[in-house]
Ligand binder design. Sequence first.
Ligand code: HSE
Length: 418
Amino acid sequence: MSIQNQQTKLTIGLFGFGVVGASLYEVLAQTPTLNAVIKKVCIRNPEKSRNAPLSLFTTSKDEVLNDGQVDVIVELTNDPVAAYTIVTTALRSSKAVVSANKKMIAEHLEELIALQKEYGVPLLYEAACCASIPVIRNLEEYYDNDLLHSISGIVNGSTNYILTKIAEDRKSFAQALAEAQAAGFAETDPALDVEGIDAVNKLSILLAHAYGTIAHPATLLHAGIANLHEADTTFAKEKGYQVKLVAQARKLTDGSIAAFVLPQFVEAGSRLREVKNEYNGVEIESSLADKQFFYGKGAGGFPTASAVLSDLSALRYNYSYEYKKLNYGEPALLSPDFYLRVCISFRNLLQVPHEQFARVEEWVSNDRRCHITGIIHCSKLSDSNWWKQPDISVILYPDGIFETFVQKEQSVEALVEV
Ligand code: HSE
């Protein structure tokens, strides 16, 4: 369906009335100039009290999907399985769709791109990555794949909130997580946040728009913050670092891409260090523009609703993602062939196959924890599970990605930085 211009009233069928759905409703109700109305909201639990007229709600998804007056389906549920059915049915009915469901989008991106093409309708999802920061549209429209060296950043607000509260306010992990949940930043299942799954889902979406690379998130190397130990905060502090959860994609010399999500030591003075609480920050490095930094609220009702609103407004101009890097260029391949300088934090030496390091640089232990610093090939992590045990954490050092590692005679090593 084409939604022609600013004058045309936009009739929305909304799925989900949680933190983001309710915020969108509030903003639309208070801003008549937007000329967009929510006709019906499909919810799962009709018993729950909600700050909107009862007549707005239904539990029948078909009532909303089959309504001929509805131009656009806005999918803001917390259920990726239901979201998949809603979004694919809507696209097949030639309805434009706006979704914030990063898990569903990342896991089905190839099919969702094909459906948009087949039925000639757009699916927009700016709210799925970094909430209020317009990173997807910028990657899609502004940066050429050839010129884009890297994209790296903090893309999950909840884990950043937790790490900030632990490092700066000495709160416990459990306390900080409870606060992130109460503020509406965390996923319904917070394991998605703290295990790095939400961040890798977002990385997978960013890869498609940055480099035309379609990668199922489960195939990307990722870890969250759940396994970090209190002693890691102290270790980081002693070295002048703070730990952040960072997603990154970096172009190697042959044009392939190194992409992963890992906790990372961040130095004082670095831009990412200043990204605190639920804020997100993404640094994009390109040949001509050098480094650019995007910063803003990465979670929460209104920041996420602002991205949904922007997508709704883009629909009026018949905007759709062209997937330029995928359709008009040579999509970049992912590479597992690079080295990382990491710190492995653990308690029991038997858990760590230290012979897998290309080089061990430092070994520090006390009665609580051991920390090994060294260079390890990415495949030693991506092809094995030893580092995923609850008692082990892996933390990347700043500038810790290398294309090659040459072990020379007399143990003189050369590292070639990316
Ligand atoms: N749980 C997500 C986060 C919500 O904390 O970033 C926004 O995508």
